[in-house]
Design a protein around this ligand. Structure first.
Ligand SMILES: Cc1cc2nc3c(=O)[nH]c(=O)nc-3n(C[C@H](O)[C@H](O)[C@H](O)COP(=O)(O)OP(=O)(O)OC[C@H]3O[C@@H](n4cnc5c(N)ncnc54)[C@H](O)[C@@H]3O)c2cc1C
Length: 258
């Protein structure tokens, strides 16, 4: 989706798709353009937005063509990101890459949003999982570490902090489960021919809000949990730095080589 001139505003996309035949839903096209963000570039298939005469449309683009040759999909460079290092992101160019139109012509955004919605749900689940891991580490440490004559977990102020961490973790898990239920229900409703059921409307709004909130809270939750381990929480061995999306290695190539 994302191009230099517009990430949030994907309608500003300039990548173009030219029909190899009559064109239309399910037809073959050639894609020409640049994408400023393309995560997981090692994937076998990509969903790509490109302009057609009917407007922005969605295309399924394989990395390898059916005859075994490489599609005209070129990685310009990998992004050097703040975190999220286990998921590579790249900048790519499409030099008349082969793709097949998915969904209706001009309906690219609603088509690709089906995939984006699931990715957002995954972000909510991943954030809830990270919070749960942080709570496990913090409560375990506090249950075994003694300071000033009592275990940390029995110190009133520490108990407050741990309770806050637990409540937020539980809330994030409940939100993720409730959202996942809405996905199941919305899918069943769609199969029954509905397109504006309660579950479908809830899913549409709650996915975006839930992703925003859980992802926004996850780093704050992680650093609060990290502090419960004292100095050890700041040390990579504890696992806590990784949970606030820090790379597990320094950024320089020299250090990585070691
Ligand atoms: C780790 C990572 C992986 C990514 N992977 C992919 C990928 O695989 N595929 C892909 O297509 N994209 C990917 N992206 C890109 C991401 O989708 C875009 O960065 C995002 O859509 C924002 O677009 P932008 O960077 O152009 O920012 P802009 O659209 O320029 O926005 C900049 C800021 O302005 C705010 N803003 C925008 N519009 C308004 C408005 N109307 N009112 C008020 N504020 C506004 C935004 O919220 C943001 O804070 C990835 C990004 C990251 C960080």
């Amino acid at each position: 989706m994302t191009e230099k001139q517009g990430g949030s505003d994907v309608r500003a996309n300039t990548t173009v798709a030219s029909a190899l035949g009559a064109g239309g839903a399910g037809a073959e096209y050639e894609l020409l353009g640049h994408k400023w963000f393309c995560s997981a570039p090692m994937s076998d298939m990509f969903l790509v937005l490109a302009q057609t005469e009917e407007g922005l449309s969605c295309f399924l683009m394989p990395r390898i063509l059916p005859d075994g040759s490489r599609n005209a999909f070129h990685i310009q460079r990998l992004k050097d990101k703040l975190g999220n290092h286990s998921n590579a992101s790249s900048e790519i160019e499409l030099h008349n890459a082969w793709g097949r139109m998915i969904g209706e012509p001009g309906r690219g955004v609603p088509t690709i949003i089906e995939m984006v919605g699931h990715t957002r749900l995954d972000c909510v689940i991943g954030s809830a999982a990270g919070m749960r891991a942080a709570v496990v580490a913090a409560t375990h440490h506090a249950a075994h570490r003694s300071a000033f004559g009592r275990t940390l977990i029995d110190q009133p102020l520490m108990a407050n902090v741990l309770a806050d961490l637990c409540v937020e973790s539980e809330a994030a898990t409940a939100l993720a489960m409730r959202l996942a239920r809405a996905y199941d229900e919305a899918h069943a409703d769609a199969a029954a021919g509905e397109d504006a059921s309660d579950a479908q409307l809830f899913k549409r709004l709650a996915t975006a809000v839930g992703k925003y909130w859980s992802c926004k809270r996850a780093p704050n939750h992680a650093y609060e949990a990290l502090e419960c381990l004292g100095g050890a929480g700041y040390v990579e061995e504890s696992g806590m730095p990784a949970s606030i999306a820090r790379p597990r290695w320094p950024r320089s190539g020299r250090a990585r080589a070691t």
